[in-house]
Design a protein around this ligand. Structure first.
Ligand code: MF3
Ligand code: CO
Ligand code: CO
Length: 266
């Protein structure tokens, strides 16, 4: 349904830039707190207070379709939408923190992986999965430019993940973003054979489109299950899952990563 894609004006893109930067800054701010023994509910509280009190912004997840917290925290075999809880982080855990802020009506959505207790605490498999997933995101960003299709994005992610014998979660995708948290188009991370989804993959990129790319890559099989809380998505086989997410805008020449952090060279 490429006709429903909302192209943003330069003024709207400037607001997306602000929202994107704020979301990135939350991930930068929280980094030193991610350590053995802290609970994900404590991380949620720190992010919530920073977004509300310092950034004067709104955490988009809070009460979104009933989601109870301000960030998503997905540990180890949790694929996405993990709910912050009183469970303590352990040495060797891998954690995704997904932050979405609303500022002046516009959304910025981004997530990154953290190694609890440092990178060397994680298993070699966890380190590889985390790195390959980030490479998937970078390769996808590289191919975003006017004239290319969402199919090209799906293709590079699929190729890279599969070359490392990892699987791609099909149950969740990236999304258009702007004044809505989620809008057209759907951004698939794999090449779907489903006719309707395949049509979406044929969407041609145009300047002013704003969307996320957020591959979820599994060490084992692609299948996921939703827990009884209605949110937490876990791998069916309990193997590890990793995810990284950026919000971007298509420009005349390529794209601009609106949620880029200081530690990144993209
Ligand atoms: N931030 C997630 C995404 O990337 C969506 C989270 S929905 C929530 O699309 F309700 F769980 F917060
Ligand atoms: Co998103
Ligand atoms: Co997100």
């Amino acid at each position: 349904m490429s006709n429903k894609i909302i192209l943003k004006t330069p003024e709207q893109i400037e607001k997306m830039r602000v929202a994107g930067r704020l979301a990135a800054e939350v991930l930068e701010m929280i980094e030193p707190y991610v350590a053995v023994g802290i609970t994900t509910a404590e991380l949620d509280k720190i992010c919530h207070d920073y977004i509300v009190d310092v950034q004067k912004a709104t955490p988009a997840p809070l009460n979104y379709k009933g989601f109870p917290k301000s960030i998503c925290t997905s540990v180890n075999h949790v694929v996405c939408h993990g709910i912050p809880s009183d469970k303590k982080l352990k040495k060797g855990d891998i954690l995704n923190i997904d932050v979405t802020v609303i500022k002046e009506g516009f959304h910025g959505d981004t997530s990154k992986m953290f190694f609890v207790g440092g990178k060397e605490s994680a298993s070699i498999m966890a380190q590889r999965l985390t790195e390959v997933t980030y490479e998937c995101l970078l390769k996808a960003i590289e191919i975003v430019k006017p004239g290319n299709m969402l199919l090209d994005v799906a293709n590079v992610i699929e190729k890279h993940a599969k070359s490392h014998n990892f699987s791609i979660v099909e149950a969740f995708c990236g999304h258009g973003i702007g004044q809505n948290f989620h809008e057209e188009p759907q951004v698939l991370h794999y090449v779907s054979k489903n006719p309707q989804e395949h049509k979406c993959l044929k969407t041609i990129l145009k300047p002013g489109m704003t969307f996320t790319i957020e591959p979820m890559i599994n060490a084992g099989k692609k299948q996921v299950t939703i827990l009884r809380d209605g949110w937490t998505a876990v791998t069916k086989d309990k193997n590890l899952s990793a995810q990284w997410e950026h919000t971007l805008v298509v420009t005349e020449l390529g794209c601009e990563v609106l949620t880029k952090r200081k530690d990144e060279v993209i």
